[in-house]
Design a protein around this ligand. Structure first.
Ligand code: SER
Length: 474
């Protein structure tokens, strides 16, 4: 089944069950608590919180961007920076039983998956969900596993670690690729790190409002938030080993291989090509939604993703702008559903090309700089970590980026070099911290930092806080 048809079947199935079809929200949500839209539920927050009530059931296919798995992209079969998430939602309407039944019905009767190929997990303290799977759906106990809040709570670990807000236990559905793909142990199950089980659908039962550590208040209205990775599901239906083999990826991967003359029988090269294609797609969709590469916030994330792709292409011997070419390829592959890519193809491609040229010239300068010191580096006269740090400090090149330049000159960056680089970095941070600190007497002046302990920057874009005191350093 083609990806396009899967999307359509999903919409049709849930529309028939009285869900309103919502278009995907942009990747830049009207929500300051997140940098990018990372899940289907983001655009429905006002409905979850009961602030909007005009719709009770919704269905969508949401463009998502996540950087948490950036370093795994390409090396695993199913991780992406940009991906699409199918989801059906209930706002104070149906709950666990119906959500589970809908999901099963869709997988078995619409997609024709075999019951014995499906496993499920439930939160270990959610007997209600367990009962539905066991008694109503009749999934054998052997294929229902109970897991903790790291895997079966959304957001993951929310009770202990937050963030505050709507959350709840979840139940995940896995496709079993068969024993041959497993680890060989008798108890191999969805919590195994082998590639046997593909997580295809997450059903979140949003029933609590978290107020603090383990402080979960039942929500007045219970909600359903589900998420099915479109690419993963398509890979299962199309019988592909990885998402990169599906219809909306394979032609782009083929093109990349041809342009790069890459020999993808080699696993590392294959991962590199896959990552390049993934990153190119993420950057294209982000620019289409108005995020241009820059040194700040969202633009910085996009710049880093693009640079990562460029470094990877350089490792495969490509020293010319190349990522921009994927704009046309993805406009062709995905433009029927995402018109914005087709409409803005020209500008997206120009922005990427200009950014690639700029970055290639920075790298060229770095490489020249390096050339003059190559002998000293090779003989050990010059400290490699120090030079890497200098590149970071003066050219703005990350360790990974300058490491790639060294690699082109047959100089490897060892874990010890990396550790030493980190040392230089923390020494520099310490120096600038000291520089900006007030004198020791600050405490004598009546300021206590004792309660200012929580760093929320990984979760939130901005915070409200009170001013305790203003001190003048004069
Ligand atoms: N919000 C959940 C997730 O992202 C389900 O959609 O997995």
């Amino acid at each position: 089944m083609k990806t396009y048809e899967l999307r359509k079947r999903y919409f049709d199935f849930f529309e028939e069950k009285n869900h309103k079809i919502f278009p995907s929200d942009t990747l830049v949500p009207d929500d300051e608590s997140v940098l990018f839209t990372s899940a289907g539920m983001n655009q429905f927050k006002p409905y979850f919180l009961g602030k909007k009530k005009d719709v009770k059931r919704a269905v969508s296919c949401q463009k998502c961007l996540r950087t948490g798995d950036l370093y795994r992209v390409g090396t695993t079969a199913y991780h992406h920076t940009f991906f699409e998430m199918l989801g059906n939602f209930s706002f104070g309407d149906y709950f666990k039983r119906e959500a589970i039944k809908f999901a099963w019905d869709f997988l078995i009767n619409e997609l024709n998956l075999k019951e014995e190929a499906l496993w499920v997990s439930v939160y270990k303290e959610d007997p209600e969900a367990y009962r539905v799977w066991e008694k109503d759906i009749r999934v054998p106990k052997a294929r229902i596993v109970k897991l903790g809040e790291g895997s079966n709570f959304w957001p993951a670990n929310a009770p202990k670690e937050g963030p505050n807000g709507p959350c709840g236990p979840c139940s995940e559905i896995f496709f079993d690729k068969g024993k041959d793909a497993g680890c060989g142990k008798a108890d191999c199950g969805p919590d195994c790190s082998c590639s046997r089980f593909v997580e295809i659908w997450n059903l979140v039962f949003t029933q609590f409002e978290r107020r603090g550590i383990d402080d979960l208040e039942p929500l007045p209205q219970k909600n359903i938030d589900t998420g099915m990775g479109l690419e993963r599901m398509a890979s299962v239906l199309q019988g592909k080993d990885t998402n990169f083999g599906i219809d909306i990826f394979a032609p782009a991967v083929k093109e990349a291989k041809e342009i790069l003359k890459a020999e993808t029988a080699n696993k590392d090269t294959r991962s590199t090509v896959n990552a390049i294609v993934d990153h190119a797609r993420a950057v294209i969709f982000a620019i289409a939604d108005g995020v241009y590469p820059s040194n700040e916030q969202r633009g910085y994330v996009i710049r880093k993703i693009l640079r990562r792709a460029s470094v990877k292409a350089a490792l495969l011997g490509c020293q010319a702008p190349f990522i921009y070419r994927f704009t046309g390829i993805f406009a062709h592959l995905m433009g029927d559903f995402y018109n914005e890519i087709r409409e803005k193809e020209d500008i997206i491609s120009k922005v990427i090309k200009a950014e690639e040229e700029k970055y290639l010239s920075i790298r060229k300068q770095g490489a020249l700089n390096l050339q003059s010191r190559l002998d000293d580096l090779k003989s050990g006269e010059l400290n490699k970590a120090q030079v890497l740090f200098e590149f970071y400090d003066t050219h703005g090149l990350s360790l990974e980026e300058s490491g790639a330049i060294l690699k082109e000159k047959n100089l490897e960056v060892s874990p010890a070099d990396e550790r030493e680089f980190e040392e230089f970095l923390s020494q520099q941070q310490e120096r600038s911290r000291k520089k900006s600190m007030f004198d020791e007497n600050i405490f004598a002046k009546g300021v206590s930092f004792a309660e200012i302990t929580e760093f929320s920057g990984y979760r939130n874009f901005s915070e409200e806080s009170g001013i305790i005191k203003i001190l003048s350093s004069r």
